[in-house]
Write a protein that binds this ligand. Structure first.
Ligand code: ADP
Ligand code: MG
Length: 501
């Protein structure tokens, strides 16, 4: 078949672990094929097979109907298969400028300049940046890649793949580090490529994104393709194939809970100078979800409650008593915990074990009593690993070697173990696969059933619908809608969110 990449019965094993069990998949030119699957399904492994990283795989790959052997990454590239891998760090070359990284393939092939000859390659770099509408100046192109944020690094790696005019462009979870505007930009680039006849294999666990960009949807579970669909997609079917029917029923049987007793009362709080003050009561026994676009004030609400914000107007009571946290430790002492948005920089240290990471905020408790020190720490971590179904070797494994979803479970687990009275989760599902998302949302619901208050801040409607009993839409620092989930609809929530006057 012309303009296609066909995989027949692809298998791949790591030791005794058979990760791909006979994958059949065809990606056609001029189409976006989305590959959906939970953490550990084998998506990245399949992609690595296609990029020439696993020459010892089983099965056959055909390009335009002809069998090919992908022994090395450069074989794959020569045949027009370009991959943007999930871990961006694997793609950029440290110590080199943005321009050199952009043109790296050409330089490596001796088709242009050489490393260190930045003046020589700058005209070409500027031309490429212009043609891909990257908006990058000469100054930017001269920077060392390590000065770039993750989003820019991501764009750089993508741009480098695009320069090579691929036949098949493979993107492994390309949006996990991007803002909404950057995602829009990326979608535009992908559409452009598709219209030029490039085939695109798009790996993601974000249903909304797949719905926007994909023409075809393929679901992988446990190393086998479980379903294929053309647009418009039947999401219930796809989720069933992705998670297995049992799990799906569990999610759908979640019953909305309504609390009655207030745990935290906020009075006359104004989040921004331009916004009007509002009052709000968070109740025990229900999960309150606050949804809003970037800059709507979600993080500001969380920080006001958690004592991490500068003084704002208004006042609060917690369990009926005046509550004025000046510092997060004041909030923690009262049983108010927060899981911040940016877990990597603010809640974890590289090279720390799961045991150390989970006990960090509770060191004083753990060093008291008979189970002093390390033993207690490890026991606690083992319990967290079990309760949150964290895929890890044990409490001694380092947190940075875990997948994003498992890292987030570690952070959530550590606070759940501290028995919060009110738990605030700020964007708990960012960079997290749907399996981990489900575990975390079930745990949040369990916590609220036990009588605690739970506040979740998110910008994604799907996540809100999954986790919240009560929904508050925040626009420009003010609540615009406050209803139980069964009293509102996705349409109403989206309408209110996008109502910017
Ligand atoms: P996904 O991208 O769908 O989350 P992966 O392809 O990364 O899944 O992983 C699938 C399975 O293969 C996991 O159980 C993972 O632990 C295992 N795996 C992936 N890469 C390796 C490797 N290099 N060595 C051993 N096991 C691996
Ligand atoms: Mg992966």
């Amino acid at each position: 078949m012309q303009g296609s990449v066909e995989m027949n019965q692809i298998t791949m094993a790591f030791g005794a672990n058979l990760v791909l069990r006979g994958v059949d998949l065809t990606v056609k030119g001029g189409e976006v094929t989305a590959l959906l699957g939970a953490n550990g399904a084998g998506k990245s492994t399949l992609i690595k097979v296609l990029s020439g990283l696993y020459p010892n795989h089983g099965g056959q790959i055909m390009i335009d109907g002809k069998p090919v052997q992908l022994e090395t990454p450069s074989d794959a590239k020569k045949l027009g298969l370009q991959t943007v891998h999930q871990r961006i760090g694997e793609g950029v070359v440290p110590g080199l400028s943005v321009a050199e990284n952009l043109l790296f393939e050409k330089i490596a092939r001796n088709a242009l300049g050489r490393v260190g000859s930045i003046r020589q390659i700058m005209p070409k770099a500027l031309e490429v940046a212009e043609s891909l509408k990257l908006g990058w100046s000469e100054k930017f192109l001269r920077k060392d890649v390590y000065e770039l944020g993750i989003a820019d690094q991501q764009m750089l790696i993508l741009a480098r793949a695009l320069i090579e005019k691929p036949k098949l462009l493979i993107l492994d979870e390309p949006t996990s580090a991007l803002s909404a505007a950057e995602v829009d930009n990326l979608m535009g680039v992908i559409r452009g490529m598709r219209n030029e006849g490039v085939g695109i294999l798009y790996v993601s666990h974000r249903l909304g994104e797949i719905d926007t960009i994909a023409d075809k949807l393929v679901v992988l579970r446990d190393g086998v393709i479980r379903g294929e669909q053309d647009k418009p997609f039947e999401w219930n079917t796809a989720l069933g194939q992705m998670l297995g029917e049992d799990t799906l029923q569990e999610i759908q049987s979640n019953i909305e809970m309504r609390g009655d007793e207030s745990i935290l009362q906020i009075n006359d709080l104004s989040l921004f100078q331009r916004s009007s003050p509002f009052s709000l009561s968070l109740r025990k026994g229900e999960v309150t979800g606050v949804i809003g676009l970037l800059g709507s004030g979600k993080t500001e609400i969380a920080e006001s409650i958690f004592g991490a914000a500068k003084k704002r107007s208004g006042n609060m009571t917690f369990e009926g008593q005046a509550f004025r946290p000046r510092h997060p430790r004041d909030a923690i002492r009262m049983g108010v915990f927060m899981i911040p948005e940016d877990r990597a920089s603010s809640s974890m240290f590289p090279n720390w074990s799961i045991a150390k990471t989970t006990s960090l905020p509770f060191l004083s408790q753990l060093s008291k009593g008979p189970n002093v020190g390390v033993g207690a720490e490890k026991l606690r971590a083992s319990e967290i690993i079990q309760e949150l179904q964290i895929v890890a070797e044990g409490p001694d494994q380092e947190v940075d070697s875990l997948s994003g979803g498992n890292q987030q479970k570690v952070v959530v687990g550590r606070w759940l173990k501290g028995k919060p009275k009110l738990l605030i989760l700020d964007e708990p599902f960012r960079g997290v696969d749907i399996g981990a998302r489900r575990t975390i949302s079930l745990q949040a619901r369990e916590l609220s059933k036990s009588g605690a208050g739970v506040l979740v801040l998110t910008s994604e409607v799907d996540e809100l619908l999954e986790i919240a009993d009560r929904v508050i839409v925040l626009v420009d620092g003010e609540p615009k809608l406050d209803k139980y989930l069964s009293e509102t609809s996705r349409e109403e929530i989206v309408h209110e969110m996008s109502e910017v006057i």
